[in-house]
Design a protein around this ligand. Structure first.
Ligand code: PBG
Length: 327
């Protein structure tokens, strides 16, 4: 017998026939930033090709998402410094920049793609933490959850199909689910950032949202050293009613992602975060990597590990290339 695995690699057609993993636009979600008080979009230095949008350019970007056939768009709000306070109230107000952005995007796209909202206070607090602080300066879990529930209701009212709690408070999914149901938003889905690690790879995101944080998030986000804990967090979120669960970051956490994907009974998302994207861009700018090939490989690997959905800053370009390839 002449065993030759290379037979299946002999032509492009053969390789295409046997590919186990394909990057399809419908699986990709584009994270976007909308900022208050801008006259024109503002480039984010550490995220080449990504900007803080005005409401107008945000709507243009939302149309691009629909045209590219992307599965969804995830909105983050960047309030003006004057609107930040200790409780992040601009995140809950219908007049806050995130809720205005959600309304504008939903109005523009209807149900043609899935409109998602980051449900977290860190962009809106003057101290930059993901929740409110108690009198000793620690993040208060249960008081924060009440604010998340109100924030989720405001986001659903503004037009979000999906809310995405990313603050890693215990019990946040259950409290948000109850809040949405009580307010008449039983159809609004929850994408839980379930296994979210305290990662150095969020660095460029902090620039993208003008983060006020001076410390770190290690008392609520997970320790990168721990694998089982990621599975436990995803299990708990599923029990609390999460419609989708997420692992974040993605590329350095493929073990956690594979574990969660193997046992989850709900769809599993993974977030290819700002630092993962920025590293590729930076190396490509020096001519050290092929940007398109590296980004495609990164996302393919995340899907291969078991993700059903990938959030990535490269979503639109990957989709546009995939669409070009099939036309
Ligand atoms: C918190 C949040 C963060 C990201 C998404 N939601 C930052 C953090 O936890 O510090 C990071 C996303 C990225 O790096 O691309 N609202």
């Amino acid at each position: 017998m002449n065993v030759r695995p290379r037979r299946l690699r002999t032509t492009a057609g053969m390789r295409r026939l046997v590919a186990e993993t394909r990057v399809h636009p419908a699986q990709l979600v584009l994270p976007v930033f909308v900022a208050d008080g801008l006259d024109a979009p503002r480039p984010i230095g550490s995220l080449p090709g990504v900007v803080q949008h005005t409401l107008d350019t945000l709507v243009t970007e939302a149309h691009r998402v629909v045209d590219a056939g992307l599965g969804g768009i995830m909105l983050f709000g960047v309030p003006s410094e004057a609107d930040k306070d200790a409780t992040g109230s601009a995140g809950l107000s219908p007049d806050g920049i995130l809720n205005r952005g959600l309304a504008a995007v939903r109005d523009a796209v209807g149900d043609d793609t899935v409109v998602m909202a980051d449900t977290c206070l860190d962009e809106f607090t003057d101290h930059g933490h993901c929740g409110v602080l108690d009198d000793r300066g620690r993040v208060d879990n249960d008081a924060t959850n009440e604010l998340y529930a109100a924030m989720a209701v405001a986001q659903a009212r503004a037009g979000a199909h999906v809310v995405g709690p990313s603050g890693m408070m215990d019990g946040q999914v259950a409290v948000i689910r109850d809040g949405l149901d009580a307010a008449g938003f039983a159809d609004t889905a929850i994408l839980a950032y379930s296994a979210k690690y305290a990662s150095a790879f969020y660095g460029p995101f902090r620039e993208a949202v003008n983060s006020a944080l001076s410390g770190d998030r290690r008392s609520y986000q997970q320790d990168p050293a721990n694998r089982r804990e990621g599975v436990k967090e995803a299990d708990l979120d599923e029990l609390e009613g999460a419609d989708l669960v997420m692992v974040k970051p993605a590329g350095y956490y493929l073990d956690v992602l594979a574990d969660v994907a193997a046992r989850s009974s709900v769809p599993v998302a993974a977030y290819h975060v700002s630092g993962e994207y920025a590293m590729v861009c930076a190396a490509a700018e020096r001519g050290w990597l092929n940007r398109d090939a590296a980004l495609a490989e990164a996302v393919t690997a995340i899907l291969r590990a078991g993700a059903d959905i990938v959030l990535t800053y490269a979503a639109a370009e990957l989709a546009e290339r995939a669409n070009g390839a099939t036309e």
